[in-house]
Write a protein that binds this ligand. Sequence first.
Ligand code: FES
Length: 100
Amino acid sequence: MFKPVCSVEELRDSTPFHFSENGRDYILIKLGNEIFALDGICTHEYAELWNGFVTEDVLTCPLHLSQFDVRTGEVVTPPAEKPLRKYSVKVEHGRVYVDI
Ligand code: FES
């Protein structure tokens, strides 16, 4: 079910945007004209990925520097082994909706 999260204007390129819904944390990442939604907590240990950093299309965890593909959530660099869950995003009238 798509939930409204924020306006497109609140997102900055390559800067993780944190939001939570029903006690779960998520991030949005804008890359140019595309917006991706992923789980907000690292799959390795507990780290808040909105405090991580994005270079090109790779998200780096701030704790042990695992890297994830922003577009798919797949692990690019360990120690994380499991991918981040990815969620569908749509934009309507300047609002961002995520299917969570
Ligand atoms: S908690 Fe993210 S790499 Fe360890």
